[in-house]
Design a protein around this ligand. Structure first.
Ligand code: GDP
Length: 510
């Protein structure tokens, strides 16, 4: 009953555990059970989480439309493997390096800016494997404004083309099709556009609103047209950003630069980043020391849609992490510490869920076992208990040896469950007699066997049989070993016999 009670209490923390004064469950046992169940730690946890208040960065209200300014589009290039994504990005970057006479060594920072002769700008993301696109979409902070879908004109729509379309459609990011490899003889740009129809990408030539530009990434043909189409779409989208207020952005890549140490590249999405700003991203924070562009040249500031390399991180945040500006270094430390705490809590919560599931399993099996026992016959139940008792006895041999109590070891055999039950029930009342203990070393249904004799010999006991037989061989064996086997068919006679036996064992003074 007590064990039941402890289990219920463990599952229901609001329940007090009050045991009977003479409970067999010791305080140690309960403490141990509670510890193993993980409950103790849940109690501690609940009280602790009440004390701590949220220290994370507070969200800024949406910007006032009056302060918004146009910003360049941020573009991701997607498409099937080998259709020319890398080549296209390289060619676009080259046009830029050639155009900017500033020189500097072009670095891969996961993003770069292209400026058209007209002065318009486009920020291209070139993160491999679209990691940024997917992880950022998962966070709901989408960096990408436009997807350029590269489809090789000789191959047409392939598996990853379709996946890219689905990604874009789910994220509601508009597409521009770059029909690539148009320099090839086998190129069939018209077929590409027809194939795209099946995936709800309807190009302008076919009556839709999706721009398609025939290019050769390899030869750098029509890249300007592609860039112009992108700018045109951006104008249509009326992309605007808030250059004021606290900085918000997204980590594109994190790396340790030989000269600059730990740096991240980022796309700024709100506010204008400057030296000295304090940022948090995930569980990392930075006091911005330097800003660089993709050519490694220092920048004074970076506003919305601008790709920038940031140095000054104490630790590196992960790609896709949201960057938020805070008021002070102290505040940054506080936020980071809070986030680490929350993460730890979540981890513990997961552990706790596992523990609770295990606990439930435990309780279920305990209840099941009880139910099973309830369905057993009286006799089977007694056997289970008997086995447990015997095990307990075996665990404490020294204790037994010390006690000089008088005991009468018994082996009881009956013809059926019912008679055995009656005999054992009466024997239990005898056992209350403190002068001589009855110790039932074995009981069962069936005739007296050699095994019963062995037990009697081992325990110096007596074998009683009710309505059962003992074969000649067994009786002879008993005689040889001076063991007494007593057979009865009338229950009161069996007990008279037993009383005599008990009396004979008591000291003569009685
Ligand atoms: P990605 O896997 O999509 O990044 O494809 P790559 O840019 O690596 O291009 C795959 C192959 O196609 C390379 O051998 C490129 O040289 C070639 N390729 C890319 N663009 C063109 C193109 O416009 N014309 C031709 N003829 N080959 C191209």
């Amino acid at each position: 009953k007590d064990v039941d009670h402890v289990y219920e209490a463990l599952l229901n923390t609001s329940m007090d555990l009050d045991l009977e004064p003479d409970s067999l469950l010791t305080e140690e046992w309960i403490k141990d059970a509670v510890k193993r169940s993980g409950m103790k730690y849940k109690w501690a946890k609940l009280s602790e989480s009440k004390v701590r208040e949220n220290k994370d960065v507070e969200r800024q209200p949406p910007p006032d439309p009056a302060v918004l300014v146009s910003r360049p589009p941020v573009v991701t290039i997607m498409g099937h493997v080998d259709h020319g994504k890398t080549t296209l990005l390289d060619s676009l970057r080259k046009t830029q390096v050639a155009a900017s006479e500033a020189g500097g060594i072009t670095q891969h920072i996961g993003a770069f800016l292209v400026q058209l002769p007209s002065g318009e700008k486009i920020t291209f993301l070139d993160t491999p494997g679209h990691a940024a696109f997917s992880s950022m979409r998962a966070r709901g902070t989408l960096v990408t404004d436009i997807v350029i879908l590269v489809v090789a004109a000789e191959d047409g729509v392939m598996k990853q083309t379709v996946e890219s379309i689905q990604h874009s459609q789910k994220a509601k990011v508009p597409i521009i099709v770059a029909v690539n490899k148009c320099d090839k003889l086998e190129a069939e740009p018209v077929r590409v556009k027809q194939e795209l129809l099946a995936h709800d990408v309807v190009c302008e030539e076919l009556g839709g609103d999706v721009q398609a530009v025939h290019v050769s990434a390899l030869k750098g043909e029509n890249l300007l047209e592609l860039a112009e189409a992108t700018v045109a779409l951006a104008e249509l989208l009326e992309l605007k950003g808030d250059p004021k207020g606290l900085v918000e952005g997204t980590v594109i890549e994190s790396l340790t630069d030989k000269g600059k140490g730990p740096v991240t590249s980022a796309i700024i999405q709100r506010g204008t980043l400057r030296k000295g700003s304090v940022l948090v991203a995930g569980k990392a924070w930075a006091k911005v020391r330097f800003l660089f562009d993709e050519n490694g040249l220092p920048m004074k500031e970076a506003g919305p849609s601008v790709a920038v390399v940031i140095s000054g991180w104490k630790e590196l945040p992960s790609a896709g992490e949201e960057i938020l500006e805070v008021e002070s270094e102290q505040r940054a430390r506080e936020v980071v510490e809070w986030r680490a705490y929350v993460e730890e809590q979540e981890r513990q919560n997961q552990d706790l869920q596992v523990i609770q599931a295990k606990q439930q399993e435990h309780l279920d099996s305990y209840r099941k076992e009880k139910e099973e026992l309830a369905h057993l016959t009286w006799y089977q139940r007694r056997r289970v208990r008997y086995k447990a008792d015997k095990h307990r006895m075996a665990m404490r041999p020294s204790e037994k040896a010390e006690s000089q109590e008088l005991t009468l070891p018994l082996i009881i055999k009956g013809d059926m469950d019912g008679s055995l039950e009656a005999i054992l029930d009466i024997l239990e009342t005898y056992d209350a007699d403190e002068q001589c203990h009855l110790e039932i070393v074995h009981f069962g249904v069936g005739d007296i066997s050699e095994n019963d004799l062995n037990l009697a010999e081992t325990f110096s006991g007596t074998v009683y049989g009710f309505n059962v037989k003992a074969s000649k061989a067994v009786l002879q064996s008993a005689g040889k070993r001076s063991l007494s086997v007593k057979l009865h068919s009338v229950i009161y006679k069996l007990f008279d016999d037993l009383k005599d036996e008990l009396t004979s064992r008591l000291p003569h003074t009685l």
